[in-house]
Write a protein that binds this ligand. Sequence first.
Ligand code: KG4
Ligand code: ZN
Length: 334
Amino acid sequence: MITLGIETSCDETSCALLEDGDKLLSNVVSSSLEKHKPFGGIVPEIASRHALENIDVVFEEALRQGRKRLEDVDLISVTYGPGLIGSLLVGVSFAKALAFSRKIDLVGVNHLEAHLEANLIEHPRPKSSYLGLVVSGGHTLLVLCKETHYERLGSTVDDAVGEAYDKVAMLMGLGYPGGPLIDQLAEKGDPKRFRFTKPKLAHELDFSFSGIKTAVLHLLEKMGDEKKKKEEWPHLAAGFQHAVISWLVEGVRRAAKKTGARHLLVGGGVSANSLLRKKLKELETELEMTVYLPPLNLTNDNAAMIAKTGYEKFQKGIRSDFSLTAMPNLPVLT
Ligand code: KG4
Ligand code: ZN
């Protein structure tokens, strides 16, 4: 069975072909990231225009690389939320038009759920309830994935962790997106030079990342001249990275103890982070649990994960009709 995945929720336009549930035939991603860089963040109008101008090219390329024709496609799976309304509409409209004109089954997919499902292309689904950690530019979410639904355990009360990386990198003058830049810089720094305290929250499994951004701003203001700032850059990056990653890992540790879950699935752009990957893997021995991290080419937004999620839903008998529409604020708990 061939599933065509379509992803256009943010700045990436992507199409993928998945054979059955585990054989990825192609995964073509066209990013508009370069066009957003001068603005220091995603400009929704630029993102949706890029999707509109590229979706057909990306689709053709996914077919070509997968050595398939449209006639071979049995199922179309598309992200319908959460995300930017303009970008989402491009993918959903494209998917609906293809499905309608070729009489192909259609499934709408939740983008956040798909970040976790990305792991299950190469690993089997755990047999009992498992933890899911979604860490991206827009979301920071800890869930318990049960057979029929998701239970929210914790989430950020303010900024997403990726957003904190991006904002701190902007304050330091490093550029956009900040995650990979801080991750690299932190390797050369001393994480003990600047220490940041974990914010106190009403719910122990929630996160908060906006205070640390202000703390970094105050430190930078105190440093004064540019030369001093540049000397301290790696230490600041290391201190920041050490803090936010340890808060995430602590959240997972508590969630694992509270729920007794024996597996953790991680997803989203920040799951590419080197320290997060290392620290979460260490939990395997500490808590005797299995941790699935997505391969690096599937940490960012991509259509492979959308194809996988749609395929799994289809197997459970789930289909969408043509009333499917973009839902920018779709929650993960569906
Ligand atoms: O999942 P994603 O591609 O898009 C959203 O759905 O948000 O995630 C993008 C986010 C950005 O905030 C980016 O800075 C962050 O992922 N990111 C990283 C790393 N690579 C990307 N954050 C920390 N360390 C990284 N290596
Ligand atoms: Zn994403």
